[in-house]
Write a protein that binds this ligand. Sequence first.
Ligand SMILES: Cc1cc2nc3c(=O)[nH]c(=O)nc-3n(C[C@H](O)[C@H](O)[C@H](O)COP(=O)(O)OP(=O)(O)OC[C@H]3O[C@@H](n4cnc5c(N)ncnc54)[C@H](O)[C@@H]3O)c2cc1C
Length: 389
Amino acid sequence: MGFNPDFEPFRLPDEYLELRSAIRGLVEQEIAPYAADVDENERFPEEALKALNASGFNAIHVPDEFGGQGGDSLAAVIVIEEVARVCGSSSLIPAVNKLGTMGLILNGSDELKGEVLPDIANGEMASYALTEREAGSDAGAMKTRAVRDGDSYVINGSKCFITNGGRSSWYTVMAVTDPDAGARGISAFMVHKDDEGFRVGGLEHKLGIKGSPTAELYFEDCRVPASRMIGEEGSGFKTALQTLDHTRPTIGAQALGIAQGAFDNAVAYVKERKQFGKAIADFQNTQFMLADMKMKIDAARLMIYTAASNAERGEAESGEKLGLLAAGSKAFASDVAMDVTVDAVQLLGGYGFTRDFPLERMMRDAKITQIYEGTNQICRMVMGRQILG
Ligand SMILES: Cc1cc2nc3c(=O)[nH]c(=O)nc-3n(C[C@H](O)[C@H](O)[C@H](O)COP(=O)(O)OP(=O)(O)OC[C@H]3O[C@@H](n4cnc5c(N)ncnc54)[C@H](O)[C@@H]3O)c2cc1C
């Protein structure tokens, strides 16, 4: 076997490179100019929603038979990464559309998919409602209750911290159908914003991703048809966890994009800024910091793309391995995002601490990626269990 000079290990196929270039062009034109204003005014990124909807990047993961783009997991992470490079809040539009529909895609009936997925492909949004005030990391301790009544289920309870709550049309809601069965007594439902008894509560005021609404949801005798249950009764907690195996890499991609955005800004700045008669890029300390940041970003990207590619091979083939890769890539990339954004602020000195540059926003936005879709402690627990069998 001879040396092939054209062989490029780990080079993405052209279709993904073209996708990256298309989404990057759109992001620079339509999303980047508004990112600071979205953060400053804690407002929803309407411009990003419009641009993503017009291009089909809002929900690239929706299969073509339901009107979507049929993009695979790698395509979805590339889209999310590129949006997050300029605006962490906006990247949650494609990320949470996937989170809010993945359980349905994995385990829902074709009839239910046909009811929900075309709406999402057409620009409406979906959310995922697992967390409750007393059930965060221990999500299986949830109290929201769904009781069968004829051809319907009646849901009572509340959820908190729900991303895009109030903006989404569809919600994947986990609720207890059998209180004596523990995690096996939880079922998943698709709830529509217009269902009777469904109400959106207050929004959280947050450290970062300030353009992404984080809401409480209330269910007061909320009646949904039994056909809106995803899979079998009692399979909802499994669906919720399977979903996270597919979406943790998307949060990893959000973290990766934020880190890359901060790195790019820092590189540009150090070449311009002069102290002691030379560019600060000429100090070896600066170069070593940039080298460390770059190594971390490159390693995170490899882990996320590996997890995403594995997700595509199907649950049966990947099984537990997917959970390990998904938790690991999310935890690693989010730790990298925190490290890199803190270092990027440092490289800009006092200017990095001001709102004249996007670095302080990126540092604040990075923090959430260590917390949601399983805190990084929980991700490490998931990994520990799987490593040890
Ligand atoms: C901005 C934002 C958006 C969110 N979006 C959504 C959403 O769309 N849908 C949704 O369902 N949820 C969402 N969440 C909820 C999020 O997933 C939870 O906040 C997260 O899972 C942690 O739960 P908690 O906040 O209750 O923290 P807790 O579970 O109370 O954890 C507190 C601390 O204890 C640690 N800890 C807990 N248990 C263990 C353990 N066994 N071993 C070691 N350490 C442990 C945690 O790691 C953490 O450091 C969102 C949260 C935020 C802040």
